[in-house]
Design a protein around this ligand. Structure first.
Ligand SMILES: Nc1nc2c(ncn2[C@@H]2O[C@H](COP(=O)(O)OP(=O)(O)OP(=O)(O)O)[C@@H](O)[C@H]2O)c(=O)[nH]1
Ligand SMILES: [Mg+2]
Length: 291
């Protein structure tokens, strides 16, 4: 596929990164939030260096948006690669208890070290870090049990750092979604665009929708519950082959958006992002070189 030329680094993210560097010394634990639909593409390449020596917990959010069988495959693969991910659903609250427990455990270790140095115990400070729109703020609201921070269905809602106190054991730091200054891997950038984890102004909808169609037409279980070609035909009432995306998009546009392919592209992406096309894991674990 041609490079879609997706590059995006808005001013508020540059400012947030600066603020984040200033606050980082105060953080004890990094909660790395990624998107289950694009689990590898949504792992921030600089996260290791942000976390430094601090404990880091991998949080895979949007677990409800991929089939359970895909989740099991990923879980095994991640464990083989030294991760012990916590699976969450920031919308309904799944995984909140495990997430809270991870923070509390980090706090116990922190305060044991503080006590040895004659210091008084304090709440553990956990930073939610990840790409835009992966569900960081929704997870914070779930953890504190109220709408403490803004959370909406679009990238770039959180604009500046905000501490949320959980009363006693844990303080949470909500951060804006962070993007790398340059998106080196354009295939990953395309996946981030499909899932709306990057910011709308970064790309044209048509090539992104066409890429989504390519994925949908080729995915097989366990990444999807069943082949999606039939679902696309039924939902949009057209017989065009999604493996020829520009023709499919035009046929769907003729049917639904008065021939406007750009509007149809937005509609398809919206349907996918809202989960109307079912549970879909756009990425699968990569086989290890030794099979
Ligand atoms: N289906 C589903 N939706 C979720 C989940 N977590 C969050 N959402 C929704 O995704 C949207 C984005 O969530 P936010 O919490 O604003 O995401 P964020 O990472 O804070 O985004 P920025 O502040 O823009 O970086 C909201 O509409 C949430 O309700 C989840 O696990 N499953
Ligand atoms: Mg947010």
């Amino acid at each position: 596929m041609d490079s879609p030329g997706i590059q995006w680094y808005p001013g508020h993210i540059a400012r947030a990164e600066k603020q984040l560097r200033q606050q980082l010394d105060r953080v004890d634990l990094v909660l790395e939030v990624c998107d289950a639909r694009i689990l590898l593409a949504s792992r921030h390449p600089c996260l290791e260096s942000w976390a430094g020596n601090r404990p880091r917990v991998m949080v895979v959010n949007r677990q409800d948006m991929i089939p359970p069988a895909a989740r099991s495959c990923w879980h095994r693969w991640l464990q083989q690669h030294g991760e012990n991910p916590i699976w969450c659903d920031g919308r309904r609250g799944g995984g909140s208890k495990a997430l809270l427990q991870a923070a509390v455990d980090a706090g116990v270790a922190l305060n044991a070290r503080r006590q040895q140095r004659g210091l008084r115990p304090r709440p553990v400070r956990a930073l939610m870090l990840g790409f835009p729109n992966v569900g960081k703020s929704a997870l914070i609201n779930r953890l504190v049990g109220r709408r403490a921070v803004a959370s909406e269905r679009r990238a770039g809602v959180t604009r500046s750092l905000q501490w949320v106190r959980m009363g006693g054991q844990v303080d949470l730091l909500d951060a804006p979604g962070i993007l790398p200054t340059r998106l080196q891997d354009q295939q990953a950038a395309l996946l981030l665009a499909i899932c709306d984890d990057i910011g709308q102004a970064a790309y044209d909808h048509e090539p992104v929708a066409q890429a989504l169609l390519q994925y949908l037409a080729n995915l097989v279980p366990p990444q999807v519950d069943e082949r999606l070609t039939g679902l696309l035909a039924t939902r949009y009432g057209i017989t065009a082959d999604p493996r020829v995306p520009h023709r499919w998009l035009q046929a769907a546009a003729d049917e639904h958006t008065s021939g406007c392919a750009a509007r149809m592209a937005r509609r398809l992406l919206d349907d996918f992002r809202k989960g109307h096309l079912g549970a879909v894991a756009l990425q699968a674990p990569q086989p290890s070189p030794d099979g």
